[in-house]
Design a protein around this ligand. Structure first.
Ligand SMILES: *[C@@H]1O[C@H](CO)[C@@H](O)[C@H](O)[C@H]1NC(C)=O
Length: 332
């Protein structure tokens, strides 16, 4: 009996340790060819000699991208990414999951989007989630970073389970989307493919399209490495997952730990510049899943009173003039 208790204790302990560290270092890093295939851009996608890193280039001819071989229902997906430096206004680098090719009318999507900027201004990160074609409700958030993402590689991860989606930057959770009943089909629930792309987003990426891509500074090169695909690969015909214990790896985070929650809140306090939950111009009543944090609300209101606050008069004017998300004007 004592032996069992001891084993149980060991198991419990190792579980705790993993949860406490939130680490995912032990997951296998795959070679590009093992998990991915080029999607577009021909020679603008270059696989490094080690087989594990990929360069995606945007120049005046084309952007480029790659896509996972498999489609996944849930899992943990990660890439180390180094973004192009200097003048990158209008450039968009995206690391995302989607099934838009299979479900034109009711697709799901989970997005990390990196929005370039003019020289001297930092890249912005945007996260977003769509479920079952809920494209009329944008659930965007935008953030600055505490480092220059063009200077070095950093890890960007998506954890997607049946009950939540967590976005991570370097193992710090930056956003947690909890599935609520009221969200209904808006929570992504069909298998998706993983994508990485670089493209010309001149019309909206930087200050709502004010600064376009300038090809004088091309080529723009985004580097991807340390690719982790750890999910339930499903048969595209059956649309059903045979996950077994693919999820059970203890290297996969299972949620936000108390320690991580503090770090997440600190991150959001310092670096979040936009959240749909507080956007009074778009949503008179915040979508049902929004949990309004008064401190977040106040901070954003100070930052951009028109979008997030009581800037009523201005707000009206703004709405007539711009179809693009108004907070783009504040995205610097
Ligand atoms: C998803 O959309 C389809 C087609 O619009 C609809 O029939 C289905 O009920 C929706 N599913 C959920 C879970 O909302």
């Amino acid at each position: 009996m004592g032996g069992y208790y001891f084993l149980g204790f060991l198991l419990f302990c190792s579980l705790l340790c993993v949860l406490a560290s939130g680490s995912s270092r032990n997951l296998p890093i795959i070679a590009f060819d093992e998990g991915y295939t080029p999607l577009f851009g021909d020679n603008n996608l270059v696989i490094h000699r080690d087989g594990k890193s990929v360069h995606l280039t945007l120049d005046e001819r084309t952007g480029s991208g790659f896509v996972s071989h498999d489609i996944y229902l849930h899992g943990y997906f990660r890439a180390s990414i180094k973004l192009p430096a200097d003048y990158t206004a209008g450039v968009v680098v995206a690391f995302y999951m989607s099934n838009g090719d299979m479900f034109q009318k009711n697709h799901d999507e989970i997005d990390f989007e990196f929005l370039g900027n003019i020289r001297g201004k930092d890249w912005r990160i945007q996260t977003n989630v769509y479920g079952n074609g809920s494209t009329s409700i944008g659930r965007e958030e935008r953030y600055g970073l505490w480092f220059d993402p063009a200077e070095d590689f950093h890890q960007y991860s998506i954890l997607w389970t049946d009950s939540q989606i967590i976005f991570y930057v370097d193992d710090i959770p930056i956003r947690e989307v909890k599935r609520t009943e009221a969200m209904g089909g808006d929570f992504p629930s069909k298998p998706m493919t993983l994508y990485a792309t670089i493209w010309d987003g001149s019309d909206w990426a930087t200050n709502g399209g004010k600064y376009r891509v300038n090809y004088k500074y091309a080529p723009y090169v985004a580097e991807f490495s340390d690719l982790i695909l750890h999910g339930c690969a499903v048969d595209p015909m059956e649309h059903a997952a045979k996950c077994d214990n693919a999820q059970a790896s203890e290297a996969v985070p299972s949620g936000v730990t108390p320690v991580q929650r503090i770090r997440m809140e600190n991150f959001r306090k310092k670096h979040m510049t936009y959240s749909y939950c507080y956007d009074k111009l778009r949503y008179k009543v915040p979508p049902s899943e929004c949990v309004i944090n008064p401190k977040e609300a106040e901070r954003l209101r100070k930052f951009d009173p028109v979008t997030f606050g009581n800037g009523r008069h201005n707000a009206k004017r703004h709405r007539h003039h711009s179809k693009a998300s108004p907070a783009e004007t504040a995205s610097f």
